[in-house]
Design a protein around this ligand. Structure first.
Ligand code: FAD
Length: 212
């Protein structure tokens, strides 16, 4: 399976690259590699941080990942990217807050990989993902968890929703929610932020940085 081997080798290369970065930039865990990000208008949102940490954001794939992390200390790389994008771009919280939570909760917490990966998602690292790459959590959920196995396992209160609604329960009709025993805002949160509006806010914040 050549694709699998290539992916594996490229992930190993990312790991070694992270070590290289930490060696040459020992303040990688604290300071953005792209200096213009030092002035980024991060939000102050303690409630949002707690909702993210507890898997109570109202976005099923994000909540599944954060609950898995809390229960097991591990999360797949794809979900790490999704939850990190949500913290940084939807909630506009500082990447260091996310990195700190991962540091405390991941069994594979690693200063080089964690710091470099968070900076990569934030867009302020070396060879970072472009800032405008903002994951849509419901589309990511539908793409990478199409049959809903992952969300149903970690967010059991949504288990009875059909696949087409599982990653965006706010789109469900009241009758669909009632059939599945879901009451948004009661036994599962309504989204804590509107993704489309948050995306726009993040892009505006990014534009305000330009250029040194
Ligand atoms: C926001 C964020 C934070 C992260 N924090 C950490 C962390 O604290 N510690 C950590 O080890 N990894 C971290 N990673 C990288 C990656 O998610 C994990 O290394 C990977 O999920 C480990 O799974 P695995 O052992 O099944 O890897 P496999 O896919 O089986 O790969 C084998 C080995 O390659 C390395 N590796 C794989 N993917 C990556 C990657 N994307 N970046 C760097 N090395 C990789 C790991 O050493 C891994 O054990 C983070 C990624 C993101 C997006």
């Amino acid at each position: 399976m050549p694709g699998g081997v290539e992916t594996y080798l490229s992930e190993i290369a990312w790991r070694e690259f992270s070590y290289h970065l930490l060696f040459h930039f020992p303040n990688l865990p604290e300071v953005p590699l792209r200096s213009e990000f030092a002035g980024f208008p991060w939000a102050d949102n303690a409630e949002g941080l707690v909702a993210w940490q507890r898997g109570q954001t109202g976005y099923p794939i994000v909540d599944a990942g954060m609950r898995e992390l809390w229960s097991t200390g591990w999360m797949h790389n794809r979900v790490r990217m999704i939850v990190a994008s949500f913290l940084i771009k939807d909630l506009l919280l500082h990447w260091r807050q996310g990195a700190g939570w991962f540091w405390d909760t991941l069994v594979d917490a690693d200063l080089a990989n964690n710091s470099a990966s968070w900076q990569w998602v934030a867009g302020c690292g070396a060879d970072a993902a472009p800032y405008f790459r903002i994951f849509n959590p419901s589309l990511q959920g539908a793409k990478f968890d199409p049959d809903g196995t992952y969300v149903r396992r970690w967010v059991p209160e949504l288990a009875k929703l059909p696949n087409g609604l599982l990653h965006s329960p706010w789109d469900a009709r009241p009758i669909d929610l009632a059939d599945a025993g879901v009451s948004l805002g009661r036994n599962y949160p309504a989204p804590i932020i509107d993704h489309a509006a948050a995306r726009q806010r993040a892009l505006e914040a990014f534009k305000s940085l330009k250029k040194d």
